[in-house]
Design a protein around this ligand. Structure first.
Ligand SMILES: Nc1nc2c(ncn2[C@@H]2O[C@H](COP(=O)(O)OP(=O)(O)OP(=O)(O)O)[C@@H](O)[C@H]2O)c(=O)[nH]1
Ligand SMILES: [Mg+2]
Length: 349
């Protein structure tokens, strides 16, 4: 599904909204015959100005409210991800406050147009229009923080990947700094993924694609790079780690779990194994989801480090892939496994 926040465009600030509305108003022209009395002309001209300005503002604010999806109505993955990325209560409140000024603006329009009908001097019309514009300005300016807030969160929401539910999705997960992003970068079409020597480089879910060649055609699967997860109680986990868990729980059709058998990543084997067990026990969404186990940093890992990890996991040498994500060594084995997994029974395309 296309990221529902892609239509969340930049919001104009209070001054920009007012400038546009008042400029439109002053350029507007009321239809009134040229030989009508001056007082009638004044009434019509100022009524039109008030109407144009206020309706322009109402229209633009309504558009702002409508372009932000209602979080509660979104599919579970997007709904939960949004609530990890932003404070959804604050968003709801902000939109509610913007919505709240609409009837106030409408009422001002009605009141002032009513008052204009009763003026007796043309210059009274000018005074009334200035007065109502002043009141409108102060109402809109009071929304400055709310408008700014919307702009401050939209980048994060628009950064959510668009998942195609009709294509398989592989989630690459593991402890921080083990080489998840390096692997996804090497084996997928997504090349602009940041890799750094420190943990928590990846702070959000990043989607790439892998084209798998079959005899007569090519199919495409999705691969998700995820932030590192620490071995600690869920209540201590931060919202960055929780995004990875969410992807495992809700969108993975297969998991690539990456271990670093060496001390290089900064997380010992116990904590990586605990995490692996937790993923298997708690975060797998369906029973038939396989895990490809990867031991990365082949170039750094000693024989004994590798056999130790293998023993601790109680697996045979055929049950993991030993890779070097720096030079691409053995990454073709990951590709081969994915092909085996998805090429045969994948009929779409
Ligand atoms: N020597 C060696 N270094 C590697 C290998 N794979 C990754 N690295 C390095 O390990 C560090 C972390 O790599 P990343 O790909 O950012 O690791 P990550 O698991 O995505 O890290 P987070 O996003 O922070 O959780 C970087 O300095 C990489 O260059 C490898 O196979 N061998
Ligand atoms: Mg990363």
């Amino acid at each position: 599904m296309r990221n529902p926040f892609l239509n969340f465009y930049r919001v104009l600030d209070a001054q920009e909204l007012l400038d546009i509305a008042f400029r439109r108003a002053m350029k507007s022209s009321a239809s009134v015959s040229s030989n009508a009395p001056i007082i009638i002309k004044a009434k019509k001209k100022e009524s039109k100005r008030i109407k144009v300005a206020i309706e322009e503002l109402i229209d633009r604010i309504l558009k702002i409210i409508k372009m932000v999806p209602i979080i509660e109505d979104l599919p579970e993955f997007y709904r939960e991800l949004a609530s990890l990325i932003i404070d959804t209560d604050k968003l709801r409140l902000t939109l509610g406050k913007l919505n709240g000024i609409l009837p106030v603006l409408s009422k001002l329009e009605r009141d002032y147009i009513g008052r204009l009908r009763r003026i007796e001097e043309p210059k009274e019309g000018d005074r009334l229009r200035r007065e109502v514009f002043g009141r409108v300005s102060s109402i809109i300016r009071k929304q400055s923080e709310n408008l700014e807030y919307l702009n401050s969160i939209r980048g994060r929401l628009r950064g959510i990947p668009s998942i195609d539910y009709s294509k398989p999705c592989v989630v690459c997960a593991g402890a921080p700094n083990v080489g998840k992003s390096s692997i996804v970068k090497q084996i997928s079409t997504k090349k602009n993924i940041e890799v750094q020597e420190y943990p928590f480089t990846t702070k959000k879910l990043i989607l790439g694609h892998i084209n798998i060649k079959r005899r007569f055609d090519t199919i495409q699967i999705q691969i998700m790079d995820s932030p590192g997860i620490l071995d600690r109680p869920i209540s201590d986990r931060n919202n960055i780690e929780k995004q990875a868990i969410l992807a495992l729980r809700l969108i993975s059709d297969l998991i690539i779990f990456v271990f670093d058998p060496t001390p290089a990543c900064g997380y010992n084997l116990d904590s990586q194994i605990n995490l692996f067990n937790e993923v298997q026990e708690k975060f797998i969404q369906r029973e038939n989801i396989d895990i490809i186990i990867v031991f990365n940093k082949k170039d750094l890992a000693s024989e004994s480090e590798i056999s130790h990890l293998q023993e601790r996991l109680g697996i045979g040498s055929d049950n993991y892939i030993l890779t070097n994500a720096l030079n691409g060594d053995n990454l073709d084995e990951i590709y081969a496994q994915l092909k085996k997994q998805f090429a045969e029974d994948y009929k779409e395309l």
